[in-house]
Design a protein around this ligand. Structure first.
Ligand code: GDP
Length: 441
């Protein structure tokens, strides 16, 4: 999962601070050293790290922090705020042209995910009631046009193409086509290269001059860390981009790109791609990302995801159960089925504060494990489903026989259920308030 190493190291640094009670300036400096190392190891640009550590230190050793009752928490809060600032503060929205169509030129190196994410964005805006058009201007990579047609049809967005002719002519004709057919957003898929090269930049500059796009969105791969930041710098210098979409955040990106791009280029990350599936696209919220990096979870995104995937009634029921902390094995099974439509369990666990996502990885989400879990839960009596503490050894043996499983399978399931209950506690009454306070302390 993205940022795992960074999250672990930052948590370790904060844990040491918390263990100390009163803090001295030397304690803060020591923690800052660890934070500095953690950021550098996460491939954050060294100038950005230097600046970041300086601002956090200045605020942390400043007037009333060390004197406060909870200095360690105050420092976590400062780090959280500074991380948020580093990534741009607020969510930066895509500019919508007052005179349709809004034209978005998508640029980036080969393999960054331009084509896939162009379709993701088009699908994203279609769901919001827009009428997007994808325009195939990558005439450099032979299969790009067909690929765009395939992903376009998967999100049910039309694709305009004219084969391998001059991409600027295609872009212009695509925009005309959009005007005639009432498409209010045009996403232009442009050619990439393996590395930043002059020929590509010249072509993109000419296209920019010819079509005057509303936005130039650079697609960058979060997995390549500082190389992504360097590419962003080069594209920005040539094209004066308006924003960035960071892709492959579902992978094991260390954090360098997400944390450095805004500081280095001055341009905001507007969207993130978090998977190969075409609905795995999200707006980028610096504050939520900072919480996630600090292991405080991203409860807001989780709730939004749940709202998208569940029907409203089920979501409301679940929320009630979570709030009242009345989450039973029957709900657990329901969740497993629904979770599959939300993404991988470890991805979801990563959004929750204090949940060890590794403990939840694997077993539960594949089909056969799900069938086993179903068999086990269906072999329980309703009372057992409500109260698993009833499950003594003889009951477990009965259930194992009834479901064609072993007692160890039942124990594993109960362990996973316990973890899920821990998650549910995060949502329950007073903890919801606690979570709310996390942003403020
Ligand atoms: P392009 O050369 O920039 O047009 O890149 P493509 O759109 O062809 O994407 C390159 C590869 O990255 C494809 O295999 C995509 O499925 C994959 N990809 C794109 N976005 C994501 C993402 O957010 N997560 C993951 N895991 N893979 C992605």
């Amino acid at each position: 999962m993205a940022f795992e190493g960074l999250t672990e190291k930052l948590s370790a640094a904060f844990k040491k601070l918390r263990g100390k009670g009163r803090l001295s300036e030397a304690d803060v400096k020591e923690a800052m050293k660890e934070i500095r190392m953690a950021l550098l190891e996460a491939d954050v640009n060294f100038k950005v790290v230097k600046q970041f550590v300086a601002s956090v230190t200045e605020r942390a050793v400043g007037s009333d922090v060390l004197e406060s009752l909870t200095p360690a928490q105050m420092i976590v809060k400062i780090v959280n705020e500074e991380l948020t600032n580093l990534m741009g503060g607020e969510n930066s929205k895509l500019t919508i042209s007052p005179k349709p169509p809004t034209v978005i030129m998508l640029c980036g190196l080969n393999g960054a995910g331009k084509t896939t994410n162009g379709a993701k964005l088009a699908g994203f805006f279609k769901k919001q009631g827009k009428r997007p058009l994808l325009v195939a201007c990558d005439t450099f990579r032979p299969a790009a046009i067909t690929q765009l047609e395939v992903v376009g049809s998967q999100v049910d967005v039309p694709v305009f193409q004219m084969g391998q002719i001059d991409p600027i002519d295609i872009a212009k004709a695509g925009i005309e086509h959009a005007k005639k057919h009432g498409n209010d957003m045009v996403f232009i898929d442009t050619a990439g290269r393996l590395h930043v090269d002059e020929e590509l930049m010249d072509q993109l500059k000419q296209m920019k001059a010819a079509i005057e796009p509303t936005e130039i969105l650079l697609i960058v791969d979060a997995m390549i860390g500082q190389d992504a930041v360097n590419a962003a710098k080069a594209f920005d210098e040539a094209l004066d981009i308006t924003g960035v979409m960071l892709t492959k955040l579902d992978g094991d990106a260390r954090g360098g790109a997400a944390l450095s791009i805004k500081a280095v280029t001055g341009k905001p990350i507007k969207f993130v791609g978090q998977g190969e599936k075409l609905d795995q696209v999200d707006l980028f919220y610096p504050d939520r990302m900072a919480s996630r990096i600090l292991g405080m979870g991203d409860v807001l995104s989780l709730i939004e995801k749940a709202q998208q995937s569940f029907d409203a009634k089920k979501a409301a029921e679940l929320e009630q159960k979570l709030r009242k902390n009345k989450f039973t094995l029957a709900d657990f099974y329901d969740q497993l089925v629904q979770v599959k439509s939300m993404g991988s369990l470890s991805e979801i666990a990563g959004m929750l504060p204090g949940v060890n996502s590794k403990a939840l990885e694997g077993a539960m989400v594949d089909e056969s494990a799900l069938a086993r879990t179903e068999a086990i839960i269906l072999s329980m009596t309703p009372a057992e489903r409500e109260d698993p503490s009833l499950l003594n050894n003889s009951r477990k043996k009965r259930i194992a026989a009834g479901s064609g499983t072993q007692v160890v399978d039942i124990n594993r399931l109960l362990k996973q259920f316990e973890l899920m209950q821990q998650m549910s506690k995060q949502f329950s009454g007073k903890n919801i308030k606690k979570l709310g306070r996390m942003g403020k302390f």
